[in-house]
Design a binder for this molecule. Sequence first.
Ligand code: AHR
Length: 345
Amino acid sequence: MRIFKKAAVLLMTAALFIMLSSCAQEIVQTGEDEARGLPVVGFSQLGAESDWRSANTLSMKENISEENGYTLIFDDGQQKQNNQIMAIRKFIQQEVDYIVLAPVTEEGWDTVLEEAKEAGIPVIIVDRMVNVNDENLFTAWVGSDFELEAEKLTAWMNEFFTVSGIDKSNINIVNIQGNIGASAQIGRTTGLRNACAQYGWNLLDEVSGEFTQAKGREVMEMFLKKYDNINIVYCENDNEAIGAIEAIESAGKEVGTDIMNGQIMVVSFDGVGKTALELAKQGKISCIAECNPMHGPRVKAIIDALELGLNPEKLEYVPEELFSADKTVSSYILDGKVYKVTELE
Ligand code: AHR
């Protein structure tokens, strides 16, 4: 028995030693970089749920790099706000020079951002927004106008139905939403609800697909069992659309724009991953509202400006357009402005 106890103590000590030395490695690495004079940037990415997210992470890693004069400490929050809060606290302990945060949801950031402010570390928000009491808790934000993306997509849908002579009474939509509480979900859901009210479309249901292919498929399977009149699937990102198409085709139904003859139209957001763009070229995703993930160069420019003691713009919206292989709608009008649709070939 005593031998077992001794062995257990030895094992626990060894495990603790390994844990401590891996933590130390991170600190030593930062120390070396600081010694070389490179400013250190801690980036809390919210997760790796979609093709868009992978492209966004790559853009950040390529730009906030040693070749460009920065050391990047990357942390994947795995879609959990708590993990992101812990990462920010660790960055503060490590005394990084800048913190970049891609927040999973909008609410609940005041306390930790106040801690960063007290430590004198500028915070740059990317992609989704934070809803905080004091705008001075972050220095700058770079991202998308998610509601405008939805307004563009629904304007395209309205133009398509009008040109094709499809009456509003025939439109039955289901919405596979993103993560509830994320800016991308809030803006895209709001845009669809407003369009349904404005154009008189029937919104059958809304359920979160968590921005993933697996959950998108699961939600679509459930919708198909519950409703027999769905003819539009509005997916709040491309990965959900890929999953929804799998579910529709497995149920023996067809995707496409011919909704008066039984096809189900799928529309979505992003336009980043190969699979989704291929599905759009085949006409299986009828229209994609672009969500631009290339934040790296913009964040680098903000940090470069801060390094020079300059004041960067507080809010920076990335440019975005619509993609479709269907030729029915080549342009559409929104708030009196004419937008062109980029044709996929
Ligand atoms: O916040 C941007 C959204 O998050 C993208 O549309 C989606 O693919 C990602 O998961």
